[in-house]
Ligand binder design. Structure first.
Ligand code: SAH
Ligand code: TYD
Length: 407
């Protein structure tokens, strides 16, 4: 196998076994045709990129029935409003400016530019979520971003003052085409700013559930700086984010056009001290993950033996890795509660646990609640504290280790 970035040879450090599409919620009739692939992760010792060794075709993941709607979290709405406002300030954007967002989903971030009358375009291949953004009055092109689309955008619009992307770059295996597109689309003094779940947090928190089909890359400043260099671009700033269990925002400019912030150096130094440049770190991670699998299965089996009612909260993409890798079956978890209509009354991918509307969670009065949406723990635990206390229920978490928590 060869690295998707530098083409050197790579070998996997962890194997999660056969996995379905993480957002492939399905009904009983579809089980016989369910698609599986092999979920393995490798570290490239040469360019330091951590990556999947196999990924399903993009059309299997991003289509007119895409199940992830960004605006289900109030906290994320505020996060993206702040992100947009910080870019407006940084690049002094006006109505004559042009902002492109790659993977705008239901418009959660780009709507803030539209609302302030700033020239904008969202790129979103999944047609159902793109339609929601369009309903908000946002300009959207429903295609996959790559160098071909970048050229088309330049000819139909103009070059961009800012290109933004959140939780999307890590989804795209044809990364060189994306970077070539950015190199062309970005104005001479423009900025390309993107954020994704951060490899440093994944390693520190053992958050193995960030690993699933859509996430082909697990970025660090070490790997992103090298990738940028390959396209005569430069990583000029890194800004830590608390979202999605710990993310990093990377600011990239044409080489030599902007001052490089001190934080790039300190982030890379910190990554080296964390061992993100060393394959031993990833071998340790694989051991920790195997322990979590054993512990989580043991705790759920024990609760079942004691006849406790256990449900889960948030039918996240991440939970597809947890249920399938840890062998969590419907006899261990009665159902998963989720507020997203397209996921409700379907089965979770691979493990086939029913997904029910939130109202069922309130009715069920569980003894234990496995928090799949742990990245929204602050928001969820505070809004559910009173209810959980009133029924005497407890949370189960598995990141960074398996634990039972009082609400
Ligand atoms: N930015 C949003 C959505 C993240 S989900 C947020 O942070 O909440 C990832 C999105 O990337 C999906 O909506 C998917 O359709 C989109 N996507 C996948 N490949 C893409 C590509 N090549 N170009 C643009 N968007 C892409
Ligand atoms: P999220 O963790 O954002 O993403 P991913 O799919 O990338 O792992 O998904 C959160 C899921 O949890 C989403 O399906 C909506 C659901 N959810 C609730 O049901 N209730 C809530 O209060 C929140 C915040 C999310």
């Amino acid at each position: 196998m060869n690295c998707l970035i530098c083409k050197n040879s790579i070998t996997p450090f962890v194997d999660f076994g056969k996995m379905p599409i993480a957002n492939g919620f399905l009904v009983q009739d579809q089980i016989k045709d369910e698609y599986f692939f092999s979920l393995k992760v490798a570290f490239c010792e040469h360019c330091k990129m951590v990556q999947l060794t196999e990924q399903p075709d993009r059309e299997k993941m991003f289509h007119e029935n895409y199940a992830f709607f960004s605006s289900t979290s109030e906290y994320m709405k505020l996060h993206f409003k702040d992100f947009a406002n910080s870019v407006i300030k940084l690049q002094s954007l006006t109505k004559d400016s042009f902002v492109v967002e790659i993977g705008c989903n239901d418009g959660i971030m780009i709507q803030n530019f539209k609302n302030q009358d700033i020239g904008h375009l969202g790129v979103e291949p999944s047609k159902n979520v793109a339609a929601v953004a369009k309903e908000k009055g946002v300009n959207v092109v429903s295609e996959f971003f790559d160098v071909t689309l970048a050229k088309k955008i330049i000819s139909e619009y103009k070059k961009a003052d800012a290109i933004l992307s959140a939780n999307v770059m890590c989804h795209i295996p044809y990364m060189h085409s994306v970077f070539e597109g950015i190199k062309e689309l970005l104005k001479e003094d423009g900025l390309f700013i993107f954020e994704d779940p951060y490899l440093g947090d994944i390693v520190e928190k053992n958050s193995f559930d960030q690993i699933y089909d859509e996430h082909v890359f697990y970025f660090s400043a070490l790997s992103v700086s090298k990738l940028a260099e390959m396209h005569n671009l430069e990583l000029v700033d890194t800004i830590k984010q608390s979202t999605h269990g710990g993310s990093m925002r990377y600011v990239i400019a044409h080489k030599g056009t902007k001052e490089v912030s001190q934080s790039v150096k300190s982030t890379i130094e910190n990554e080296i001290s964390l061992g993100l440049d060393n394959k031993k770190t990833f071998e340790n991670f694989a051991n920790n993950v195997a322990n979590i699998k054993t512990d989580l299965h043991a705790i759920l089996s024990d609760l079942k033996a004691k006849n406790k009612k256990v449900v889960a909260y948030g039918a996240t993409s991440k939970s597809t890795t947890v249920t399938n890798y840890c062998n969590i079956t419907p006899d261990l978890i009665e159902f998963v509660s989720d507020t997203t209509p397209i996921k409700q009354n379907k089965l979770t991918p691979g493990a086939h646990i029913p997904v029910l509307p939130y109202e069922e969670f309130r009715k069920a009065k569980p003894d234990f609640v496995l928090l799949f949406a742990w990245n929204h723990a602050k928001e969820i635990m505070s809004k559910e504290a009173e209810f959980m206390q009133s029924i005497g229920a407890q949370w189960i978490v598995y990141v960074p280790k398996v634990e039972i928590l009082n609400p």
